[in-house]
Design a protein around this ligand. Structure first.
Ligand code: PLP
Length: 449
């Protein structure tokens, strides 16, 4: 089939995730056919530096045959067995142990799922089970943040704070959303440091308003990913820690994007010095080679749910799928043996920070921020007032298309351009990324003029 035949069949039968079906029908899809290293290649042979690691998952790029081989060998030996009914498999035991080794502090227990959304649903179940076993059944409410992303199942989307999603389903009624630490968009006249404290105090205010005896947990991404790579001011997490230390409330950190090295530490919790009770992971755990997610559980929570007896009536057919677990083991093995995360922390991360910051001088860039292997650009018409080009934030989409044309995959969240390149990117490829991003900005400025 040629490209237009493929696009037509795509249009006729394939309902894509997070897609305007009507628009997609008009425009036609980009057919991606190959990938190597940090690059993807489409059906026309157009080669693009993948500034998004697939969808935040291919942290080691696309050419790691060790992972593919590990999956294939497992599929030939034991393609599937479940871990219900007192059964287990060797890969799932090994991965659970490897995860306990790399996870922060006393996060020594893992519940496996097939995705990040499922893992956040699992968190809802674990949180309730924990408080029930603690004889505190009134602790029911979970506090999350506006513009958070926690997945797209009903549980995940309820935890998330994306207004566009909330308009299309009925959210669970025991989840409350507070101010996000998005200084550029919402900090107003405050300094970033003041705003970080303010956003954290909003958590305290909400807990007091609801009553600490009613609040079960606070869930947050260390840095909001899909919301627009919102790197909180440095004052934010220390202040959140102070707030949480006053109350008996569980902390859930959703590490689906920042787990496995994106900050230059193994987890965002390590980077920010936080000790979560539950920690969601997915995406990069298998380098995108196989679907897998899960939640890490601290000893404090595990002692209660393991210690008091009675069945935890929750699980998925593919919890701890053996081939997925082999993909996870192979990925962790590479991250460790090649010092990939240390290299981000000491070498490529600081280099990206330096080069990315140069984009702040571009006439349509209001802020250029980065941390580890993520970055964002705020597109503005006016730098001083941070005014956008229009109310619908259409500049982002224009810039994304220009970027792809110039051979770089950047994503747009409204008028915020975001990148999350593979952790294996070299400094030379960082130069290529920044040059292509600058060309995309030039083309965008010209198109919007
Ligand atoms: C992607 C994502 C999820 C959802 O993971 P899926 O595997 O798509 O279900 C949850 N939380 C965060 C922070 C994510 O980025």
């Amino acid at each position: 089939m040629n490209k237009s035949q493929l696009q037509q069949r795509d249009r006729e039968h394939f309902l894509h995730p997070f897609t305007d079906f009507h628009d997609l029908g008009k425009q036609g899809t980009r057919v991606i056919t190959h990938a190597e290293g940090a690059y993807i290649i489409d059906i026309d042979g157009h080669r693009m530096l993948d500034g998004m690691s697939g969808l935040w998952c291919c942290n080691l790029g696309y050419s790691r045959n060790e992972i593919a081989d590990a999956i294939y060998e497992q599929l030939k030996t034991l393609p599937f067995y479940n871990s219900f009914f007192q059964c287990t498999t060797v890969p799932s035991i090994e991965l659970a142990n490897a995860l306990a080794e790399v996870a922060p502090g006393d996060m020594n227990n893992v519940f496996f799922t097939g995705s990040g959304s499922e893992a956040n649903d699992t968190n809802l179940r674990l949180i309730r089970r924990y408080w029930d076993l603690q004889q505190q059944p009134d602790k029911r409410i979970i506090i999350s943040r506006k513009n958070a992303y926690h997945g797209s199942t009903i549980g995940g989307a309820s935890l998330g704070g994306m207004s566009g999603m909330h308009k299309q389903f009925q959210a669970l009624d025991y989840i409350e959303h507070i101010q996000q630490p998005y200084w550029f968009g919402e900090g107003g006249e405050m300094s970033p440091e003041e705003f970080g404290v303010y956003a954290a105090r909003c958590l305290d205010e909400k807990i007091q308003q609801l009553g600490p005896d009613k609040v079960a947990a606070f869930i947050a991404e260390p840095i909001q990913g899909a919301g627009g790579v919102i790197i909180p001011p440095q004052t934010y997490w220390p202040e959140v820690k102070k707030v949480l230390d006053q109350y008996d409330i569980l902390l859930v950190m959703d590490e689906v994007i920042f787990g496995f090295g994106r900050t230059g530490e193994w987890f965002g919790a390590d980077y920010y010095g936080m000790q979560p009770d539950l920690m969601t992971f997915a995406k990069a755990v298998t380098n995108g080679y196989f679907p897998l997610g899960g939640t890490m559980v601290s000893d404090r929570v595990a002692e209660v749910i393991k210690g008091k007896g009675g069945e935890f009536t929750h699980g998925y057919t593919y919890s701890a799928h053996p081939a997925a677990c082999m993909a996870g083991l192979a990925t962790i093995n590479i991250l460790r043996s090649e010092n990939i995360i240390e290299n981000v922390r000491d070498n490529t991360g600081p280099y990206l920070a330096k080069r990315w910051a140069e984009l702040a001088d571009h006439p349509i860039v209001g802020e250029a921020r980065s941390l580890g292997m993520v970055g964002a650009l705020e597109l503005v018409r006016d730098k001083g007032s941070r005014a956008r080009f229009d109310d619908d934030c259409t500049a982002g989409g224009v810039c994304r298309d220009m970027s792809i044309k110039n051979g770089l995959v950047m994503r747009a969240t409204g008028d915020t351009m975001i990148i999350a390149p593979p952790l294996i990117i070299t400094n030379q490829q960082v130069d290529e990324l920044v040059e292509k991003a600058r060309r995309a900005l030039d083309d965008t400025a010209e198109a919007l003029a």
